[in-house]
Design a protein around this ligand. Sequence first.
Ligand code: GAR
Length: 194
Amino acid sequence: MGNSLKRVAVLASGNGSNFEAIIQAVEEGRINCSVELVFSDKPDAYVLERAKNHKIPFTSFMIKDFSSKLEYEQELLKILKENQIDILILAGYMRLIGNELLDAFPQRIINIHPSLLPSFPGLHGIEDAFNYGVKYTGVTVHYVDSGIDTGKIINQAVVDIAPDDDLESLEAKIHQTEHIIYPDTLAKLINKGE
Ligand code: GAR
């Protein structure tokens, strides 16, 4: 990808704690990129408040305001192009990425998922692992392809499920691990210019 400073957009649907961890790492100079934009498909997502606090431009619109997913992604792609975005970082973006974006960002869309893929893909990775009764789960950072959490794995971290864990304590452990592994992995990827 060359050595110029990478221009990043973060896509998120919710709280944005991973966005916060990433932006902190960027502000501390640990990830060599500039976060140009935050997009949310949920206009009331707290991640937008976080973007505002960090003085990062943000925008939001909902898929239901478009007649198709294609048109929704075309609008998003237009904005990403206007902002000359190189890399998309998904941080709790709870939607499948369609071909419009995949084709525009080959091997340039990165996601974090709260399980040890290929186990427990989908929207409820933490809960599904907890309910299954596995003793170890974790976090996966991966490239995004057209499947549900099926893209090439970049990094993983293990989180143990202790006998006294409940769903809430497990969620806390997973998020704690995410906030370390995601910035670290992005730093490794982006800083070496891949
Ligand atoms: C994170 O746990 C992330 O791994 C998960 O959503 C949460 C977002 O939290 N993503 C997925 O489940 C994607 N399939 P955050 O908004 O506080 O960063």
